[in-house]
Structure formats: C-alpha cells, structure tokens
Design a protein around this ligand. Structure first.
Ligand code: GDP
Ligand code: ZN
Length: 386
C-alpha cells in the first residue's frame, strides 16, 4: 500500500474524526448509502489527487483508489471530481487492493481557481478546509490591499480566514499596522508572530486541534514554507520536504499534499495551493493575464464580503447612484440609521477604488504594450525600406 507521507506511519489506528470527519459528513454518508444498501461502503479522505488515481486516508490505513466508470461518465465539471480534502465514498474490489470511488460527499468549503471566470476552466484546488491562514509579511512588503484581496478569496471559499502577520521580529511600527488590519479586515482574527521562533506559534494552537483542516495562502516570500516547517516540526521536515526547482527557478513543493501535523491538525499544502499566490500578487511582471484573472475572481469575492452593502445599493432610487447626496440613497439612509457603519462603508469604498486603479493600470499596461509593438513594427518597416 502507498504511504502518501512518512508521518502517516505513526497513524496505524486512525479514527475518522482524526481525519476531519464530522456529523454533517456522517449524515451525508448515511443519506448516500440508504438507497445503495448491501454493498460494502466505506469512506476515505483524499490526500493526493492525480488525474486518475487518488491516495486516501481511511480508518483502516492508507490506500489508493480510482473512480468507477459510472462516476467518470456522470462527472462534468472539475468540481464534480474529487480534490484534495474531499471525503469520498469507496468500496473494496475483490482482486486488487485498490478501492473504487463511488461518490464525493458534499463539501464544507472549497478553494477554486477561477482561471478565466468561466465554469469550464475553474480548477478545484482543495476542499473541506476549516481555516485558511492568510500569511502576510510585516516587513517592507506589507500591503493592506493585498490582505483584503486574499480575504475576498477566503470568503468565497467558505473557509474561515485568519490573518497571520509574519516577521513581527523585523517590524518597527507593529501597532500601526495591526490597527490598519483591524480596521480593514473587520471581524477577522489576526495574529502577529515570527515564524522563525517556535514559541511564537502557540497563538495558532486554537486552529490546530486534531481533525481540523488548515491551509496557508500568501504571496511569495511571506514565510509560508518557514511556517509550514515549524508546524511540521524538525523531524518531519527532513523526511517530508522534497523540494525541486521548477522551470522558473522558483521552489515548488512536491509530494506534499494533505499532511497530519504533530498537533493532529491536517495541513493541506498542494502545489495548486501555492500556485494560487501567482494570481494574487500585484506585481505586473510576466503574469499580466494572471493578475487580471485574479480580479475576476476577487470581484465576485467582494460582493460576498460586502453582501449587505451590495444589497443596500440595489435599493437606491437611482440606478447610477453614487451614494453621495442623491435623494433616495439607501446607503446614506443606512449610515444615518446606524445600520451600516462608516468604517465598513469606507472599507468597501477603499476596495472599490483599488480595483478601479488596478483596472486602469492594466489598461495602461495594455496600451503601452501596443505602443511598443507599434514602434517596433514601424522601425523594422523603416529599416527594410533603407
Ligand atoms: P514563502 O515563499 O512564503 O514560502 O516564504 P519562505 O518561508 O521561503 O520565507 C522567505 C524568507 O523570509 C526566508 O528567507 C525566511 O527565512 C524569511 N522569514 C520567514 N519568516 C520570517 C520571520 O518571521 N522573520 C524574519 N525576519 N524572516 C522570516
Ligand atoms: Zn445610493
């Protein structure tokens, strides 16, 4: 049998609860098997998802599994297929140790990469995450707008976001930054720490209880790997961290999918999870179109984060209401009545402004690219005439 990770060897007897099983999954499973009685059904949690083969954690150990023909036939979008973190209904096969996957149980949360805003290209990265740690650096790289964007993504996923403000050791105006985060990420827990110091990590303990699933999200260089290694502990680090250089010279993580931390929590750390950071950086480098895609995803995220405001705005008398002094403005009325706080309204406006700025910047970039191309063409034409 395949052992997805070294540390799973320590888990010869695993309770389903240790793998994140809960009453709601149990209920879904019961509902599913009721009409399918008579077969030897079990459940497993997806640790690794290959194209046609899956590695599962089950109560009886680790196993591999494939999809039934019927499943394959009925699945239409990528969201229909199992992803890392999914609970699947499986049954053993008589002559092979490989299990068959009959169904995916309804998900509690899912992280989807919206490649171009359409369903067909959406990519399911991971599911059933309880807490998304949004990691940010408190160093010169600190960027409030970026935190807000990650927050939008987190709300969209259905997982609970927690902002980790890393590199507290090199931050001089920590209170100021903390205050800014507090005002911007309303009602979201934030934890300043330094991933370099193991004793700093106790603040994360409430989220790392046995059977809880967490994942790290954040731009390159904020300290996700450092934090992951600290959470895994020194021992596992040496056996698990298989790192390879990808073609861009960036470090990517391989053979690390859903891991069981010494605390008993499950850490989802798929390559896909890390790639999410590409479309969340606001550097307009070689991934011009990549950042554009972020905006499509993030904008629908904003609507969900600020659903109350979107709802109010729909009630304004004028369709094109700027929510200033127009008569019949539902936003202003809600601010007056105290239903909507000034703070929240300001955060919303800030995010809107930032998005408008991003769009303009992308337009400008496109224009200057066109200009540069045109210059190049006219130059070569001229040279050819000579
Ligand atoms: P990742 O790209 O998010 O995985 O970031 P890394 O974990 O590779 O960290 C990037 C750099 O930041 C490395 O040089 C780390 O040693 C450093 N780093 C990570 N955490 C801290 C911290 O808390 N304080 C300081 N000063 N440096 C840190
Ligand atoms: Zn209005």
């Amino acid at each position: 049998m395949f052992l997805p990770t070294k540390n799973l060897e320590d888990f010869s007897i695993v309770k389903l609860e240790d793998l994140g099983w809960s009453e709601s999954f149990a209920h879904s499973f019961e509902c599913w098997i009721e009409p399918h009685a008579g077969k030897d059904y079990q459940v497993g949690r997806v640790a690794i998802a290959h194209r046609s083969q899956y590695h599962l954690y089950t109560a009886h150990g680790n196993t591999t599994a494939t999809l039934t023909g019927k499943f394959r036939h009925q699945a239409q979008t990528t969201e229909d297929f199992p992803a890392v973190g999914d609970w699947v209904v499986v049954r053993p096969q008589p002559e092979t140790p490989q299990y068959l996957i009959d169904a995916v149980l309804p998900r509690r949360s899912q992280v989807v990469r919206q490649a171009s805003g359409t369903r067909t290209t959406a990519q399911l990265i991971a599911t059933n995450i309880d807490t998304l740690f949004l990691v940010s650096g408190l160093d010169h790289d600190f960027n409030l707008r970026r935190i807000e964007r990650y927050l939008s993504l987190a709300w969209k996923s259905g997982a609970q976001p927690v902002v980790i403000l890393n590199k507290a050791d090199v931050c001089v105006n920590i209170e100021e930054k903390q205050k800014a985060v507090e005002e911007s990420a309303i009602a979201v827990p934030f934890i300043p720490l330094s991933a370099l110091h193991q004793d700093n990590l106790t603040a994360l303990n409430p989220y790392l209880n046995p059977g809880k699933t967490v994942a790290l999200l954040g731009s390159s260089g904020v300290g996700k790997s450092t934090l992951t290694n600290q959470l895994l502990g020194k021992e596992q680090q040496t056996t698990q961290a298989v790192r390879e250089d990808d073609s861009r010279g960036r470090h990517t993580t391989t053979h690390r999918e859903m891991l069981i931390l010494p605390s008993g929590a499950l850490l989802i750390d798929t390559p896909g999870m890390r790639e999410l950071q590409l479309w969340s950086t606001d550097q307009t480098t070689d991934q011009g179109s990549g950042s554009l895609h972020l905006w499509e995803g993030a904008e629908s995220g904003i609507e969900e984060t600020f659903q109350d405001i979107e709802k109010l705005a729909a009630q304004c008398r004028f369709r094109n209401c700027q929510h200033g002094s127009e008569p019949g403005c539902a936003i202003q009325a809600a601010i007056d009545s105290g239903e909507l706080s000034h703070k929240r309204w300001n955060s919303y406006q800030k995010l809107q402004r930032e998005q408008a700025y991003q769009h303009r910047r992308q337009d400008k970039q496109a224009q200057s690219n066109a200009k540069a191309r045109w210059k190049h063409i006219t130059k070569t034409v001229r040279q050819n005439r000579k």
